[in-house]
Design a protein around this ligand. Structure first.
Ligand code: TXA
Ligand code: MG
Length: 337
């Protein structure tokens, strides 16, 4: 299959939006930009179209997809009931990086929900995504547009690297503004429960609705409420060693890898205070949470097999990094010290 590419980095192009709409309405897959990461979109009401997403990504069938819509009314169209705290959350944070898990009314294809009776719905805050959703006028199931297990794509090039030849089209909307995925919130309980940390923090949610729970990783392993949590995620091409408590001993870790004859890449978060020798590649992720979030996945993807054999990621202080980045690094890592 030839994968079409449309560039909409500067302004919306309605001819391209209509071409993408035609393909989506015909049951094809089109990747599109959102404010978080790029999504791999298909008609959420078309079982066969949705199955193509799982195939293109190599995604396990029991890991449900997020459905994207343009308006709050369209959220209501897909679910049995909207609790009053969700109305409040939507007023504050939608469109934006938050996904509401609600009881499905059965309108989306069963492949979307991976056999669950709930559906995750999100209104993305991106002009191209919103225009595409409006023009299509169908809900679009869209996971992150990466091959399963790899870092999410934050540019159209990342999508093409993983998906060229496998999908009908890619809309280039420039680099993703946020760089990390949406917060997934279970809204089927009296109190919202965060299943995946993301763009909207627990504090932000608590500040508008008064209470929030966060599903910890250990409790998630016992009861995989968000099925995605049990799978490997965000892995770069070569193994990543994450140094948090041992950040001060980074040189020792480098020396150990070097003794084994390995080529070492360094990924550094926060203030760059020391230069490590000898290594093959060094990337400074940034000094603050926003910068680091935006650069994280592109940086993980830039370490290529052959150039380096091992990545050492150094986090000198978790204070300036943010909880979400730490969460993603922990999932990307093969070892943590
Ligand atoms: O920012 C984002 O959320 C991006 C953009 C494209 O919107 N999408 C994204 O989708 O990250 P994906 O498929 O990579 O991650 C969706 C997560 C998975 O962990 C999945 O298990 C969870 O959301 N999820 C989806 N529907 C769910 C449901 N009904 N119940 C529990 N968890 C659900
Ligand atoms: Mg993903």
């Amino acid at each position: 299959m030839i994968t079409k590419q449309w560039s909409m980095t500067d302004k919306l192009d309605m001819t391209n939006i209509e071409e993408a709409t035609y393909l989506l309405r015909s049951g094809e897959i089109v990747a599109f930009p959102t404010e978080t990461v790029y999504g791999l979109g298909a008609d959420a009401t078309n079982e066969r179209a949705v199955k193509k997403i799982f195939q293109a990504k190599g995604r396990p069938a029991d890991n449900p997809l997020i459905v994207h819509v343009a308006t709050k009314e369209q959220v209501a169209n897909l679910v049995e009931h909207i609790p009053s705290y969700v109305e409040i959350l939507m007023e504050h944070f939608s469109p934006g990086p938050i996904t509401y898990v609600l009881k499905s009314n059965g309108k989306v294809a069963s492949a979307v929900t991976g056999g669950l009776d709930t559906v995750g719905v999100r209104i993305p805050n991106h002009p191209v995504a919103l225009q595409l959703l409006q023009t299509c006028n169908i809900p679009l199931a869209a996971p992150s547009a990466n091959v399963s297990g790899k870092p999410s794509p934050t540019s159209a090039d990342h999508v093409a690297y993983d998906m060229d030849g496998k999908i009908a089209g890619i809309i280039d909307g420039g680099p993703s503004k946020n760089g990390l995925e949406s917060t997934v919130v279970d809204c089927t309980k009296e109190v919202p429960v965060i299943l995946r940390l993301g763009g909207i923090s627990a504090n932000q949610i608590e500040s508008v609705v008064g209470a929030v729970d966060v599903l910890t990783q250990t409790s998630a392993q016992h009861t995989p409420k968000s099925p995605g949590l049990k799978y490997k995620h965000y892995a770069p091409e070569v193994p990543l060693t994450l140094l948090i408590r041992q950040a001060n001993n980074a040189q020792q870790f480098i020396d150990k890898k070097k003794k084994k004859g390995l080529k070492v890449g360094i990924l550094w978060c926060g203030k760059l205070q020391r230069v490590f020798q000898p290594v093959e590649k060094v990337i400074h992720l940034g000094d603050n949470e926003k910068e680091i979030a935006k650069n994280l996945y592109a940086s993980l993807r830039s370490f290529k097999k052959g150039d380096v054999d091992s990545i050492i990621c150094i986090v000198p202080s978790t204070n300036d990094i943010g909880q979400v980045v730490i969460d993603r690094l922990q999932r990307a890592a093969t070892e943590i010290y």
